[in-house]
Design a protein around this ligand. Structure first.
Ligand SMILES: Nc1ncnc2c1ncn2[C@@H]1O[C@H](COP(=O)(O)OP(=O)(O)OP(=O)(O)O)[C@@H](O)[C@H]1O
Ligand SMILES: [Mg+2]
Length: 209
């Protein structure tokens, strides 16, 4: 079993977006993944319920973060971890995860909160010792703006690799509405957005091999 946790204590940075995209990409590869929705908001669960039946299946498990337990039976598991999780529960997430992805939005507040979260993560021994690789993903990036330049400086100063910058795009908004992802659409329509995922997906695939 390979488990990826998508997590940041900061809300609204794209955890559910990244989780659903990754799960759909595993599904597209024929793996029938499990998406574990630990968030009381249940956004991932609702998204799966909107997913058209003819698309590759994503199994969903809706669970309270304080009762976290991953059932056997899925080779690939993606955890959508809620914002503001208590340290004790974060420890459970880190214990169960093989790899951790941290989305971050451009902007002083988001970057500041994420920097603090990354310091918290480094406080956990498995992370510090490199047994839980961490990748940071810039999200909702507006290309060519001061926000992007500021985010670049932020990402360059981190002790974890920044493996993707995902553009701010209506593709993600309509995907959220319709239970789909970039990975469910004709490549020609989403090529530019898909290209932005490549280094992260390589990291995921190599880390889980
Ligand atoms: N790259 C993007 N481009 C455009 N919109 C985006 C992008 N990523 C996320 N969004 C939108 O931003 C909002 C927040 O994203 P999302 O729900 O994935 O964040 P979250 O971290 O899961 O939030 P929460 O902490 O509330 O669970 C959603 O409306 C989503 O559709
Ligand atoms: Mg969410």
């Amino acid at each position: 079993m390979h488990v990826i946790a998508v997590v940041n204590l900061k809300g609204g940075c794209g955890k559910t977006t990244v989780s659903t995209q990754l799960a759909a990409r595993f599904a597209r590869l024929g793996h029938r993944p499990l998406l574990v929705d630990l968030d009381k908001q249940k956004s991932a669960t609702q998204w799966v319920s909107r997913r058209p039946a003819d698309l590759p299946t994503i199994d969903i498990l809706s669970q309270d973060a304080d009762e976290l337990e991953i059932p056997r039976g899925h080779a690939f598991v993606v955890m959508d971890v809620p914002a503001g999780l208590k340290k004790r529960l974060l420890e459970d997430v880190i214990r169960l995860a093989d790899a951790i992805i941290v989305p971050v939005l451009p902007g002083a507040f988001d970057e500041g909160a994420t920097a603090r979260f990354l310091t918290t993560l480094e406080g956990f021994k498995p992370v510090r010792k490199g047994r839980r690789p961490v990748a940071v993903v810039g999200n909702r990036v507006r290309r060519g703006t001061a926000g992007e330049r500021r985010l670049d400086v932020f990402l360059a100063g981190l002790s974890f690799p920044a493996l993707a910058k995902l553009s701010d795009s209506q593709l993600y908004v309509s995907a959220a509405d319709n239970g789909v992802t970039l990975f469910d659409q004709p490549v020609g329509r989403v090529r530019k957005a898909l290209d932005e995922w490549k280094p992260l997906l390589t990291w995921v695939d190599e880390g889980l091999a």
